[in-house]
Design a protein around this ligand. Structure first.
Ligand code: GLA
Length: 518
């Protein structure tokens, strides 16, 4: 090999080495081959069928294998408290304080291109729900600042709901399927099927009517299911009925729609201008900003807002019985307050709620009612005897009677229960006194409600799996040894009783129901 040849070869080799070094160095310096980072604001936006989106935000900061930040999902706002992994595969666990307890949520994910592919499960045994988050501008979906609350004062009684409100509510049966068309259909049905005459007058729209965004003036809007709320209210009023609506003191409702947070006065004015007669105010997203101890001030703020409108509007508090709401619900202007979590169309749910109301009895007064939640009668999850127990119990409890079924299409058995005028008369008794349990033996219970004028309603309940004979001893139920009149409210029969005791056979899960005169 000649010297020239060797020089040329080593020259070429040097050049190749330099090219390779430069090729490797440039992308490294510009970060192209650096591991991708999850830092940023991400959102999963899922269109609903009403022009709105369900949104989940992930505001993430990744530092090595530590991911911090927040997750905002419908009404919940979590701080990320634990994480594993990185862009190739990670988990984040968010937690938040909710009253006295802690809620958590866990997502698994990985970065694919510039998308986060995520999966989560409600409960460990559930199938995972998959979703894809995309980058959104910083600040979008951030939790608003906490607004100061008013000092407490007593909101005067609005003079409404002298007897427990009666009507219909969309949630139990229809959930997000509520629409203008449905509400009109329900109003038509109630105006003509005997319900209106029986006292069912409030047609209440629950969650999922709200629009995606407030308008330029900050007014709350409706979504595509409700083209014109004022026109709908006019229609309902033209039938001799009243219209109710739903909102939350939080930034979001329970279903993740727009809430009234920071717009309380404005929304109350909007509702009044639409012609709304009843508002259910559901805690939901307020839990992200306020503690349970702050509930009275939060509810007072909206109680005042409703009264300032000058329109008579029934005020329904929905915060699931927290902070012993029965002790302060009336002071913040409430006409009724939920005493428990949500009912479902099942015997165990209905009875756990209904038979758990005994201690609240002293707090029900004219214009201010304990609300053990809306009715499930006719929704199909219980037997006719179980629904009779539901209706009799709610009437003894002086509970609001808000039908939660499809009243456009009811079986005779459902009508016989919901339209039983003598049972409704117990619920609507002018005395406004809530009944109490007076006797219990195993799975059998007797509840008595004192009525205006001295009669008593007597509910005889059999929670057991087999029919049971139950003996009423008048003296033990607050009567003299003998009673004058006994009316069987389900059988519509006067019963001749001239003895100190009366034996009744009650079917499994059934209720005998009597009006008894002294
Ligand atoms: C809460 C309430 C329910 C219903 C839903 C709507 O769960 O307790 O009665 O209003 O929100 O999202």
């Amino acid at each position: 090999m000649s010297e020239t040849h060797t020089r040329v070869c080593s020259q070429i080799l040097r050049t190749v080495v330099i090219v390779v070094i430069v090729c490797l160095a440039i992308p490294l310096a510009s970060g192209q081959n650096a591991k991708p980072n999850l830092t940023g604001n991400w959102a999963v936006k899922t269109p609903r069928n009403d022009g709105t989106f369900s949104k989940v935000y992930f505001d993430l900061k990744q530092d090595g294998t530590k991911i911090t930040g927040t997750i905002r999902s419908t009404q919940f706002y979590y701080q990320i408290s634990e994480s594993t992994g990185d862009a190739d595969g990670f988990t984040v666990t968010g937690s938040m304080k909710d009253g006295g307890s802690t809620r958590t949520v866990k997502y698994e994910g990985k970065l694919v291109g510039d998308e986060l592919h995520l999966s989560t499960r409600r409960r460990p045994e559930d199938k995972p729900t998959e979703s894809i988050a995309k980058r959104v501008p910083d600040g979008e979906g951030a939790l608003p600042a906490k607004l100061p609350l008013p000092t407490l004062h007593k909101v005067p009684y609005n003079g409404l709901a002298k007897t427990p409100p009666m009507g219909w509510n969309s949630w139990n049966q229809f959930k997000s399927r509520v629409s203008d068309e449905l509400v009109r259909g329900v109003a038509d049905a109630i105006a003509t099927n005997g319900m209106k005459e029986a006292g069912y007058v409030y047609i209440n729209i629950d969650d999922t009517w709200e629009g995606e965004q407030r308008d330029a003036q900050g007014n709350i809007t409706t979504n595509s299911k409700f083209p014109d709320m004022k026109a709908l209210a006019d229609y309902v009023h033209s039938k001799g009925l009243k219209l109710g609506i739903y909102t939350s003191p939080g930034p979001n409702t329970c279903a993740g729609y727009e809430g009234s947070y920071g717009h309380e006065d404005q929304d109350a004015r909007t509702f009044a201008a639409w012609g709304i007669d009843y508002v259910k105010y559901d805690w939901c997203g307020a839990r992200t900003l306020y503690t349970n101890e702050e509930m009275p001030a939060v509810y007072q703020k909206f109680g005042d807002a409703l009264q300032k409108t000058g329109r008579p509007i029934v005020y329904s508090l929905c915060q699931y019985g927290n902070l012993e709401v029965w002790k302060w619900g009336a002071d913040v202007g409430g006409n009724l307050w939920r005493t428990t979590g949500d009912i479902s169309d099942r015997w165990d749910s209905m009875t756990r709620i209904g038979f758990g109301q005994n201690d609240h009895a002293p707090f029900a007064t004219i214009g201010h009612w304990n609300d053990p939640d809306m009715m499930e009668v006719g929704n199909g999850g219980m037997t006719a005897d179980e629904y009779k127990t539901h209706m009799a119990l709610w009437s003894i409890l002086a509970a609001p009677l808000l039908a939660g079924n499809d009243v456009r299409n009811m079986t005779q058995a459902t009508k016989d229960i919901l339209l039983n005028r003598e049972v409704i008369a117990i619920d609507q008794d002018k005395g406004g006194m809530q009944g109490k349990r007076v006797w219990q033996s195993g799975e059998q219970e007797i509840w008595v409600r004192d009525l205006a004028g001295g009669d008593k309603a007597v509910g005889v309940f059999n929670r057991g799996a087999a029919a049971a004979d139950i003996t009423l001893k008048w003296a033990d139920l607050g009567f003299k040894n003998k009673v004058k009149q006994v009316k069987d409210l389900w059988e519509h029969k006067d019963i001749k009783v001239d003895t100190a005791e009366y034996k009744v056979t009650v079917p499994s899960h059934g209720a005998a129901f009597f009006r008894v005169g002294k």
